[in-house]
Design a protein around this ligand. Structure first.
Ligand code: SF4
Length: 335
């Protein structure tokens, strides 16, 4: 994944008020970056000697294509000026803010990647969360973005207000059908100063316990892995505003690590459940980059497997490189 030079256009241009959104807290900044500070940031970053192959300018934190066109052009002109120092320009926006003329403008200024905040592909969930858009808006936007040949990212949220686990799985399956280049998965957290916070306080929205959320998101993560769609982020980034104790819900600073570990744990459990395991030693061979994921956050996978299956020992070796598939592993009992 490329390093981003992030330019936050916080809530700027967004007339919506989705029930879960306190965009200032999500992006960790309280003010949109001005055109002047955007220029200063890129000027400073251009002197840091980043390789253009590894970095890109990223407009995050709001709905870029929803801000007035003249302001989009002002930001994009600066980005284009510094483009040679970085590999590309990415931005995030809403599906219903995508039109042919918008995409023509973004092409003209060298934007390479567009990320859409899909959140759900279930219309009644979108309505309950006051998204002001439908699943068809996403499908139409994806069709246009592909036609104009941008790299496409889709973001989904799990456990939204009114969404069941089946709805979340359906959203992931619909997103897979849309064939994005990558996805991000964000479990819903409850932030203060949002309607969701009120719903939570009134007992109308329940948060999933962390363990349940990890296992639910792992199921979704696995669907993307099986479809060969990279998941480049799971869970919100930690910031001054987003940290354990400051948000309600299934938030953990290492949420992505927990989820990836859970994918291996569930597969290993499936493998072991029909076998005679008591007192045996298990060796798991995996991709060298995945050893710590298989072992699990604070060794939780190794400890759980030993405990549940009464294994004498569990050894994880990073010796297997099956193509480039980092989720491939082999498990066998040792003499
Ligand atoms: S569209 Fe995006 S920025 Fe606007 S309220 Fe909804 S989540 Fe927040």
């Amino acid at each position: 994944m490329k390093k981003n030079i992030p330019v936050f256009v916080t809530h700027y241009g967004c007339p919506n008020q989705c029930v879960f959104c306190n965009q200032k807290k999500i992006s960790g900044v309280t003010q949109a970056m001005t055109i002047e500070s955007c220029e200063k940031l890129l000027e400073e970053a251009s002197k840091l000697g980043y390789s253009p192959q590894d970095t890109e300018i990223a407009f995050f934190g709001g709905s870029f294509t929803g801000i007035p066109v003249e302001d989009q052009i002002r930001y994009l002109e600066i980005a284009r000026r510094y483009r040679s120092y970085f590999g590309g320009i990415r931005l995030s926006t809403r599906p219903d803010y995508i039109t042919s003329s918008t995409l023509e403008l973004l092409k003209e200024y060298g934007v390479t990647t567009i990320e859409l905040g899909v959140q759900s592909m279930v219309d009644h969930v979108l309505t309950k969360n006051q998204r002001g858009m439908s699943a068809d808006d996403t499908k139409n936007a994806v069709r246009l973005i592909k036609k104009y040949d941008f790299s496409l990212g889709l973001q989904m949220m799990t456990s939204m207000y009114g969404s069941t686990q089946t709805d979340d799985i359906y959203t992931a399956e619909e997103m897979i059908r849309l064939q994005p280049d990558f996805v991000r998965i964000y479990p819903t957290v409850v932030l203060e100063d949002t309607q969701l916070y009120q719903l939570y306080r009134q007992g109308n929205y329940q948060v999933l316990p962390l363990e349940d959320s990890v296992s639910h998101v792992a199921q979704i993560y696995e669907l993307f892995v099986k479809s060969k769609i990279p998941v480049i982020r799971v869970g919100l980034m930690a910031s001054e505003e987003i940290s354990p104790g400051k948000v309600i819900g299934s938030y953990h600073e290492a949420f992505g690590e927990l989820v990836q570990g859970e994918v291996f744990f569930q597969q290993l459990t499936d493998y072991l459940k029909e076998k005679e395991t008591k007192g045996k030693r298990l060796r798991i061979s995996c991709h060298p980059r995945r050893v710590s994921t298989v072992v699990g956050h604070q060794k939780r996978n190794v400890n759980r497997l030993r405990e549940i299956f009464l294994l004498k020992a569990v050894k994880v070796c990073g010796t297997l490189t099956e193509g480039n598939d980092e989720f491939f592993f082999r498990a066998e009992f040792m003499e």
